[in-house]
Write a protein that binds this ligand. Structure first.
Ligand code: C5P
Length: 223
């Protein structure tokens, strides 16, 4: 349909939550629906890009024409994202990657006891930061959810992870963020410049995100 302005580009998108198993039947996760990432993948494909979508477990249909790579854990997502990103022109990390995983996941289902249970967690790798440390000419986009000092924290995050911009949202606004069909975001550049977008359908947020990434892509390619 319509404008094929992303033709010839490879867009890699991560979506959904990750699952960090404590034993074969229990895991730590979060309520990410995957809708934002699936919207980015669908719109990028519609605008002519080759699209790879790496996603944790979600209940969504894969958009037609999109190469789908299902994963569960952050470590699996990391491997898939690093592999797919080698040939990418744009990478969009919408996934809600779990910050920690079990240090020693049990091989068998753990039985219930009456004592308190302590589980040691170890930090997961930061996939966006890793992609940023080997950025090349790729445009790199992240998302961030903050409850306070959002713009400042997002700008700091963009700089630290070497992302071109971060779309900031707040978990507290009704109907936006996790699960909903709408999103209300602020675009935050590493420079600290920010731009408040109105409440939009996630599909429309995806369109604007891709247009912004394309502007940056043309700029890097022309200097
Ligand atoms: O640090 P924080 O989780 O707030 O940063 C959010 C951004 O970083 C998102 O784009 C998310 O996909 C990415 N991220 C990541 N790997 C992690 C944690 C977050 O790529 N382990």
């Amino acid at each position: 349909d319509g404008l094929q302005d992303l033709h010839g580009l490879h867009v890699v998108v991560s979506a959904g939550p990750t699952r960090e198993y404590l034993d074969p039947v229990r895991f730590i996760s979060n309520p990410s629906s995957g809708k934002m990432g699936f919207a980015v993948a669908a719109r990028a494909r519609a605008r002519g890009a080759r699209v790879t979508l790496v996603s944790g477990p979600v209940n969504l249909e894969v958009p037609p024409g999109v190469q789908f790579v299902p994963v569960e854990s952050a470590l699996e997502m990391r491997d898939a994202m690093l592999a797919a990103s080698e040939s990418a022109d744009m990478v969009v990390m919408t996934a809600a990657v779990a910050d920690y995983r079990a240090a020693r996941p049990a091989g068998e289902k753990q039985a219930k006891g009456s004592e308190a249970l302590t589980v040691e967690l170890t930090p997961n790798p930061d996939i966006l930061a890793e992609l940023g440390s080997n950025k090349g000419e790729r445009v790199l986009v992240g998302f961030a959810m903050e409850t306070h000092a959002g713009v400042e924290r997002a700008a700091h995050k963009a700089r630290r992870k070497n992302a071109d911009f971060i779309l900031l949202n707040y978990p507290t606004r009704e109907g936006t963020g996790f699960g909903g069909d709408d999103n209300e975001v602020t675009l935050v550049r590493a420079s600290g410049e920010s731009e408040v977008w109105p409440r939009l359908r996630k599909t429309e947020v995806a369109e604007r995100l891709l247009s912004e990434a394309l502007t940056l892509h043309k700029y890097t390619r022309s200097v």
